[in-house]
Design a protein around this ligand. Structure first.
Ligand code: URA
Length: 198
């Protein structure tokens, strides 16, 4: 049966059986079920695993600021990820010190969670899925890059869902240009208008 409990168990099983040195913990989605608006990110980072919720780190602060700017709060929306575990890489320095950092999930890792994400989408039954960044975009549409389609409503016939692609909120940390900030802000305004039309 497709229940939240079953989804959470499957995420836990996959993550616990995965090689320990490739991942640093896992989380499940957060927010109400059912829910009209669902955001899908890439994969959790360190803070998300520590706090057990998606988008609670640096990128999450940007995300929440813009979410609030269109009159929504975290507890109005479902938030989840394409890959439910934290993909990591380990580096040993010359002095023998180990550092751990995030890495993007591999296609094989995204595929481990393909059915689980589909089941979560069906359980949540959203009117719109907002993809954050390229990883969920490629997983849920045929687009190859966010630059081609951000801020536009797309219909995915296979899963029968509206998709609204947006840049990942961490893009604001890397791209500080005024031009990008305007594009990003404008996409949130377009999302707000789109939500009114659904
Ligand atoms: N970035 C993501 O894509 N997901 C999170 O949960 C946190 C940061």
């Amino acid at each position: 049966m497709n229940t939240l409990n079953n989804i959470e168990k499957r995420i836990k099983n996959i993550s616990e059986q995965y090689p320990n040195d490739m991942i640093g913990g896992f989380i499940t989605g957060d927010g109400p079920i059912p829910c009209d608006i669902m955001f899908v990110g890439e994969a959790p980072g360190k803070t998300e695993v520590e706090l057990g919720k998606p988008f609670v780190g640096k990128a999450g602060a940007n995300f929440e600021k813009y979410l609030n700017s269109i009159g929504l709060r975290r507890d109005n929306v479902r938030i989840t990820n394409t890959c439910y575990f934290r993909p990591i890489k380990r580096k040993i320095s010359k002095s023998g010190r180990e550092t751990i950092s995030n890495r993007p999930p591999k296609v094989s890792e995204i595929n481990l969670f393909k059915d689980i994400l589909n089941d979560e989408i069906n359980l949540v039954n959203p009117k719109i899925i907002v993809t954050l960044g390229n990883i969920p975009l490629k997983r849920l549409t045929d687009f190859k890059s966010i630059g081609e389609c951000h801020g536009n409503l797309i219909f995915n016939k296979e899963i029968n869902r509206n998709i609204f692609p947006m840049y990942h909120p961490s893009s604001l940390i890397y791209n500080k240009s005024e031009e990008f900030l305007n594009i990003y802000r404008n996409d949130w305004e377009k999302l707000s208008e789109t939500l009114l039309s659904l």
